[in-house]
Design a binder for this molecule. Sequence first.
Ligand SMILES: Cc1cc2nc3c(=O)[nH]c(=O)nc-3n(C[C@H](O)[C@H](O)[C@H](O)COP(=O)(O)OP(=O)(O)OC[C@H]3O[C@@H](n4cnc5c(N)ncnc54)[C@H](O)[C@@H]3O)c2cc1C
Length: 326
Amino acid sequence: MTSNPLITKIKIIGSGVSGLTTGITLLQNGYDVSIISKEHFKDTVSANAAAIWFPYEARPIEKVLKWSNLSFRKFEELAHNSNSGVSMVPFKIIEPVNKTPYWLHALPPKSKISHRSIDILDSKCNCYTYSIPLIETQIYLPFLHDTFLNNGGSIHYQEITDLEQLSENSLVINCSGLGSQELFKDKELYPIQGQTVKIEPSEGIFGLAFDELPSNTHNEITYVIPRTDCIVLGGSAFRNQYSQKIDKQLTQRIIERCTLLDPDLKSKTIISAQVGLRPGRTQIRLEKDETAFVIHNYGHGGAGFTVSWGCAAEVLMLVQKFFDDE
Ligand SMILES: Cc1cc2nc3c(=O)[nH]c(=O)nc-3n(C[C@H](O)[C@H](O)[C@H](O)COP(=O)(O)OP(=O)(O)OC[C@H]3O[C@@H](n4cnc5c(N)ncnc54)[C@H](O)[C@@H]3O)c2cc1C
């Protein structure tokens, strides 16, 4: 029985990583699901991510760590499927000695490879090496898209400006990311602009992230993510910046910082630079809307892939509760 016997279908707004992952989870649990999206997945913010498993710029921390841990386990499984674009890779996370690595709690202990002290530019640092999921978005998003369709889902391309455009017999799952600023007048949502540089792929480059390099400004971070098609160098995190214009000076600073940590990157050819707007929010909104037949799942900041399967599992619980109530 449902709280509204007319509701039989589920419509998801959004075909980014949140919409596709939620869609697959609901289809595999027997629901009738379609996606309505303004953009093709190739044009979403999700397509701009590198991506690596790491709980970055997302809150509330306790829930983010729980969802990240659940997703980690799902990515470990997916790494056995050679079509998924997911692999487990050794990755160095470098932190100043005085910083508590909150993210450690989300990692299964067996994923630890090493932990040692190092000096970087005369600063003492902790270098944690863990085996973590690399999610190659250029392979993974098409994989999710095809999995969604092969499980019986359908996708329609349309911009929703009013919920009334969706038929009355549907429960809506809102995975519209930054689109919820407009669609749900959400004032807690803001862009976190991120720029990256892609250089030619190369064997033997180690993945690493260090957000406190002394030459980093407050809004700039340093990371190297080797993929099969390129090496992604990062990056930046400018809150409330809507521009998607490439900043050529920032491109230079990103390359300088990354080559400082790995001089082998210096000789590589630049493929492109790109800018994406992460859907930042005071905290991820994952709840049933009190005023409408809508369950929200958006505002994942810099961790949309990292929390994706955990959030989808929580949406499933809310959907089950919705259909069980009364
Ligand atoms: C440079 C950069 C690097 C990143 N690196 C990582 C990383 O390494 N690891 C990680 O976990 N995360 C990373 N992220 C963050 C991650 O990309 C986001 O958290 C994630 O993509 C959000 O996914 P989403 O599906 O919620 O939103 P989106 O991908 O933005 O998708 C939103 C969907 O909603 C649709 N939509 C919006 N409004 C409407 C409307 N009115 N009507 C119809 N459809 C609508 C859009 O068309 C789109 O399909 C990075 C982001 C950037 C920019």
